[in-house]
Design a protein around this ligand. Structure first.
Ligand code: SF4
Length: 485
């Protein structure tokens, strides 16, 4: 792989799109020449592939007067990547529904343009022309931007979100990219982890008081928090209740996750502890796939857990599905989605399968089919969700998703999760506790991060450092000129 750019450089983006068309081990050279003159961008791209040359001479009229530096950079970058993709498209046909739009938050691009003074129609036209995004994806991005704006406008001044990471799972799923350790190995740490976590909760409450802040949302995630026993979970719920002032708490979520860890007793403890939202994630309703990816539950078990959660009194239940699981066809995914819809959950989140960089997988016919089929699954989701009155309210993309696709949270009216939007849009300080979380301290446009240890044994052994890291929050705020009461 060789990429040479003259006139304007956008290394990261060029490599990203190169990766959609070619393998880095292929003998391919890319030369790109950028020029901006008299309100016209011109990018000439030449790709030498197996001794043959492929060209694109791309022109785009763009008046930089009155535009922000950030916007100019985005348009120049898009011109380079577009010129490259047009040339590369003459070698391999790749469907890119998001065109050359980069970044993990497509809705942020929409909001950015509206903040620059574009009206909705102008923003739509601009994104279509500059990034060549499909109408279907643009429609999704605009809806998400509109819906998340409601939640963002409701974030309280001086409010914080709390994330509690429980890094245990009964077994490790084949596709897992989260912080989690197999409890058959690390289960021996669960008791001590819980006791230390209780201390961290108490310490965090002290820090929040010193900040003069209050807790607006709590999210217990992982891993699979319900890997802990009902007694261990109770200790955590009790500590949360007795340590934090929850008088202005808007939502309290427990990610129960896998049905093989859920019991009525655990859900009852959660309910008594104040949890008002729960996530039960089948990922797929096809038992054959569940087996294949290493999840020790079947679709019936998931349905039973869902029923128990309703009986215990949970009014907001989220269910996660994954599009593109190994060997799943669009029909299999559609079946899963329709089965989940029948249960009438308040939230449905559809993730796109993330494929780690594996040379053997890239650029094979399988890989390309996979991206095409995944897009079919996501289109079906968009259509079915609209039919069933679910609105898309948060969306993000990950680097290794086939076809540069997206993860989307859909919600029934009035059931959107503020935490999901806050964590994505980075407009509110989120303090992370437990294993693997990262605290994000938001000070206007600046964000500072503090990381907790990932592994339970390290968390336990180095717990003094965890407490010290909590004190750092105050130091960072003071240095950042934020008044601490
Ligand atoms: S349940 Fe989730 S966190 Fe646990 S191993 Fe599976 S994918 Fe990873």
């Amino acid at each position: 792989m060789l990429i040479i750019q003259n006139g304007y450089k956008c290394d990261y983006e060029m490599k990203l799109f190169y990766g959609f068309f070619f393998d880095k081990n292929e003998d391919i050279s890319v030369y790109s020449n950028f020029e901006y003159k008299d309100g016209i961008i011109n990018v000439y791209t030449e790709i030498i592939c197996f001794g043959k040359a492929f060209f694109e001479d791309y022109y785009f009229p763009f008046d930089i007067n009155g535009k922000s530096k950030g916007l100019i950079k985005k348009v120049f970058t898009a011109a380079c990547t577009k010129s490259f993709c047009h040339a590369a498209g003459k070698i391999r046909k790749i469907n890119l529904p998001w065109g050359v739009m980069c970044g993990i938050r497509p809705a942020k691009n929409v909001r950015g343009l509206l903040e620059e003074g574009f009206n909705k129609e102008e923003a739509y036209k601009f994104l279509k022309e500059v990034y060549e995004v499909s109408d279907e994806k643009l429609e999704l991005a605009f809806k998400v931007a509109e819906n998340e704006k409601i939640i963002l406008s409701e974030i309280g001044r001086n409010s914080v979100g709390i994330y509690i990471g429980i890094p245990f799972c009964p077994t490790r799923c084949l596709y897992c990219s989260f912080v989690s350790s197999d409890m058959r190995i690390s289960g021996k740490y669960m008791d001590e982890f819980t006791d230390k976590l209780v201390k961290e909760i108490e310490k965090t409450a002290e820090i929040i008081n010193k900040m003069g802040a209050y807790v607006e949302s709590i999210y217990i995630g992982g891993g699979t928090p319900t890997s802990l026993s009902a007694e261990q979970l109770k200790k955590i719920f009790d500590a949360v209740k007795s340590s934090f002032d929850l008088s202005r708490l808007k939502e309290y979520t427990l990610e129960a996750g896998r049905s093989d860890t859920i019991t009525r007793k655990k859900l009852e403890e959660a309910k008594k502890g104040g949890v008002d939202r729960i996530s039960i994630n089948p990922q797929t309703m096809n038992d054959i796939t569940l087996k294949k990816v290493g999840r020790a539950h079947d679709s019936e078990m998931f349905k039973d857990c869902f029923k128990i959660a309703r009986e215990v009194g949970f009014k907001i239940i989220n269910t996660d599905l994954i599009a593109g699981l190994p060997d799943e066809t669009p029909e299999m995914f559609k079946y899963s989605l329709d089965e989940v819809i029948k249960l009438n959950p308040e939230n449905i989140t559809v993730h796109s399968m993330c494929v780690k960089r594996a040379a053997s997988l890239r650029m094979t016919d399988t890989r390309l089919t996979e991206a095409k089929q995944m897009n079919e699954m996501l289109s079906y989701t968009q259509k079915r969700m609209a039919e069933e009155n679910y609105i898309p309210y948060y969306m993000y993309r990950q680097k290794n998703i086939s076809g540069n696709l997206e993860n989307v949270g859909y919600s029934k009216e009035g059931c959107m999760s503020a935490y999901n939007i806050s964590i994505m849009e980075e407009k509110q300080t989120i303090i992370a506790l437990g294993g693997g979380g990262s605290t994000k301290i938001v000070m206007g446009d600046r964000i500072e991060r503090i990381f907790n240890f990932k592994n339970p044994d390290e968390y336990i052994k180095r717990f003094d450092e965890i407490l010290k890291k909590k004190n750092e929050i105050l130091e960072i705020l003071r240095k950042g000129g934020v008044y601490i009461g």
